[in-house]
Design a protein around this ligand. Structure first.
Ligand code: UD1
Ligand code: MG
Length: 460
């Protein structure tokens, strides 16, 4: 998505220093992935899309390096030495922004579904309020059992809600959640100077942690203005605290991604079994058959047919390609290529235009020149293959001698007979041919034929 706004006068604080203990993982929670992106990248991308460029990430001493490895210098870092609660985390963040007078938007690293539109709406609502100190992005309670609830007075204005009095955390509730509450999404907009002064005063809760949510009742008690602004879509509030919520958030994001590709002119025959990572790009009139996974930074051209049962990761595919029941990883495929079923392109496979790779063809770190055909089960590794070559069934580039890998070179228009073993390093010249079952241990010059085991050249 393009930036909705150019740079605006607000800063962001992203909280990522919690223990994340409910994940039961060795991997820090902000590093778990959703649709191919680490959780921590979602709030950063969202803030950037809102035009908020100055962002502080509050991390723990344990996850700081891992997070910095992902975000680099897009953000600045603050360390919270002990996870003493969200108020303490914000206090750490604001120390990196001394004397901040602009608006401060606070987001958690574990609510990846919040959209930029919602944050812009939150800021607008904050600015519209008179002397507003704190505005909370709230949502209807569908996903609320472990979220904080917004508490209001019973007094109802005509067509409106009672006055906000507090945010009540799940641990402090007696009554069971009935799914009707107004919940705290964990996204807030603050008046910067008020936040800097007030967050220090947030008291310890019964659990010992200092909750950021306590600032709501503190503001109310002091006569300061605080309000909640409702979010457009309830599922934006989904937090990721455990693996079940990770899967649930994944389903929502997948649905959003699938819909956006369908509206961009891509056919998804069965969206329920189509998995597209957030950073993938797909051209118009491409058809994705069931059980297709496009992951990482994969780019697919126009008018392709992909699947069924195909996985493509971090690869670039040209226009009008047809790929059936195959696996493609870190490969480059040009236009008008046919692959599969059951073929495997491994890293640094480069398939030029018009190539046909049929069933059970494995290609690794090799160029396959335009118009070349390898129709049936073969292994092409560390090879440079020219244009218009015919590669017979069962051909193998024997690239590994047990110690080192070696290159095979096949010139354009060569004919490689079925079951040829090419013992690398070896070169088969342009227009040369090998007989069925040949074991080629020495170079075959241009235009010559080699047959037998070990292969010998036939007279001219
Ligand atoms: C929090 C809110 C809750 C809200 C929910 C929305 C509080 C007390 N509660 O609950 O009202 O409905 O988010 O998802 O704020 N973190 C730190 N340092 C800490 C503790 C937490 O950086 O000491 C970070 C975590 O890494 C996480 C975020 O703050 O990214 C929220 O913490 P978490 O423990 O997930 O709070 P929730 O129980 O989800
Ligand atoms: Mg949470």
């Amino acid at each position: 998505m393009n930036a909705i706004n150019s740079e605006i006068d607000a800063v962001g604080i992203v909280l990522a220093a919690g223990r994340g203990s409910r994940m039961r993982s060795r991997v820090p929670k902000p590093l778990h992935t959703l649709a191919g992106r680490e959780l921590i990248r979602y709030p950063i991308a969202t803030l950037h899309e809102c035009g908020i460029r100055r962002v502080v990430v509050v991390s723990s001493p344990d996850n700081r390096d891992a997070i910095a490895g992902i975000l680099g210098d897009q953000v600045t870092y603050a360390i919270q030495t002990e996870p003493e609660g969200t108020a303490d985390a914000v206090e750490c963040g604001i120390r990196a922004l001394p004397g901040v007078s602009s608006l401060v938007v606070v987001l958690a690293a574990d609510t990846p579904l919040v959209r930029p539109e919602s944050i812009l709406g939150l800021m607008e609502s904050h600015r519209a309020g008179s002397k507003r100190r704190m505005t909370i992005l709230s949502a209807p309670g569908a996903f609320g059992p472990d979220l904080g609830h917004i508490k209001r007075t019973d007094r109802h204005y005509p067509g409106g809600l009672g006055d906000l009095v507090a945010i009540q955390e799940a641990a402090d509730r007696d009554e069971p959640d009935n799914g009707l509450a107004e919940v705290n999404t964990g996204v807030y907009c603050f008046d910067g100077s008020w936040l800097e002064k007030s967050v220090k005063m947030a008291p310890a809760s019964a659990s010992g942690e200092r909750y950021l949510t306590a600032l709501a009742s503190m503001a109310v008690d002091a006569g300061d203005a605080v309000e909640a602004a409702p979010i457009a879509l309830a599922d934006e509030a989904m937090g990721v605290n455990d693996r079940e919520q990770l899967a649930a958030a994944g389903a929502v994001i997948r649905d959003r991604i699938n819909r956006s590709w369908m509206s961009a002119g891509v056919t998804l025959v069965d969206p329920a079994t189509t998995y597209i990572d957030v950073d993938v790009a797909i051209g118009q009139d491409t058809v994705l058959q069931p059980n297709t996974m496009l992951t990482g930074g994969t780019k697919i051209g126009e008018e392709c047919e992909i699947g069924p049962n195909t996985g493509i990761r971090d690869s670039a595919i040209g226009d009008r390609c047809r790929i059936v029941a195959s696996t493609i990883e870190e490969a480059r495929v040009e236009d008008d290529v046919e692959i599969g079923p059951y073929s495997h392109l491994r890293p640094a496979a480069w398939i030029e235009a018009g190539v046909h790779l049929g069933n059970y063809v494995e290609v690794k770190n090799s160029r396959v020149g335009s118009g070349t055909a390898a129709g049936h089960f073969c292994y092409l590794g560390d090879a440079d293959i020219g244009a218009g070559v015919n590669i017979g069934a069962g051909t193998i580039t024997c690239n590994y001698d047990g110690v080192d890998k070696h290159q095979t070179v096949i010139g354009s228009s060569a004919f490689i007979g079925s079951d040829t073993m090419l013992i690398a390093p070896v070169t088969v010249g342009e227009g040369a041919a090998t007989g069925a079952g040949a074991v080629v241990t020495r170079d075959v010059p241009e235009g010559r034929r080699a047959v037998g085991v070990p292969a010998r050249l036939l007279p001219k």
